[in-house]
Write a protein that binds this ligand. Structure first.
Ligand code: ADP
Ligand code: MG
Length: 194
């Protein structure tokens, strides 16, 4: 069974009089443990596709299953639950809680609950392990405003990994990083997949 199964997905944005067809019968299967990179020019629908896979946007048409579960007909509260428990999302523009430290930004994920809700000390151990792996151990106590863009990006990746989601979605996670850091991030993602 695929972790992600999208079939004939269409997305039409209505903007004024014009319809913008962002996805036109997109079909994609991703297996457990598989890493897929979507390449395409700006405007080709990458963010739209990821947002639909992660339950942030509704498809206009088509079928979307995550881990065998049809997510196209979930209610808003079921969708919130699904996102919290099954998906890790790293956006192109990093969205950290500004008044929480790097470490707290990871721990808050656990407090929101999820597939693998840990008790306090296990959550802290997991957060510290990720911060270490991301080269952020000595920045754990910094606020986002006290971090570089690349460091913030890595905190966001750690946050996405915190609850071991079935499906991890990254929207250009390395585009703001220099090549060496980009390689490190990809390496970390591969390690986490094992
Ligand atoms: P990419 O991530 O590959 O750059 P997007 O998924 O962001 O592509 O966009 C695909 C197409 O949909 C583009 O033509 C974009 O202008 C359009 N689009 C994206 N979001 C919206 C929106 N909220 N309203 C109208 N059009 C949108
Ligand atoms: Mg995009």
């Amino acid at each position: 069974m695929s972790v992600l199964d999208m079939r004939d997905v269409r997305k039409v944005y209505r903007s004024g009089d014009a319809d913008i067809i962002a996805l036109d019968h997109a079909t994609l299967q991703v297996d457990h443990g598989e890493i897929v990179a979507l390449l395409g020019p700006s405007g080709s629908g990458k963010t739209t596709l990821l947002s639909i896979a992660g339950g942030l946007l509704h498809a206009t048409d088509g079928a979307v299953e995550v881990d065998g579960r049809d997510i196209t007909h979930l209610s808003p509260s079921e969708l919130t639950d699904f996102r919290r428990s099954s998906v890790g999302f790293v956006f192109q523009t990093v969205n950290l809680v500004p008044f929480l430290t790097a470490r707290e930004n990871l721990l808050v994920v656990n407090e929101l609950g999820g597939r693998r809700n840990r008790n306090g000390s296990r959550a802290r151990a997991r957060a510290d392990q990720l911060l270490e792996a991301l080269g952020l151990a000595d920045r754990a106590g910094n606020l986002p405003s006290q971090l570089s863009g690349g460091q913030r990006q890595r905190v966001a990746i750690g946050r996405a990994l915190m609850n071991d989601p079935e499906l991890l979605l990254f929207d250009e996670p390395t585009s703001a990083l220099d090549p060496e850091l980009g390689d490190q991030v990809v390496h970390l993602i591969r390690e986490e997949m094992k």
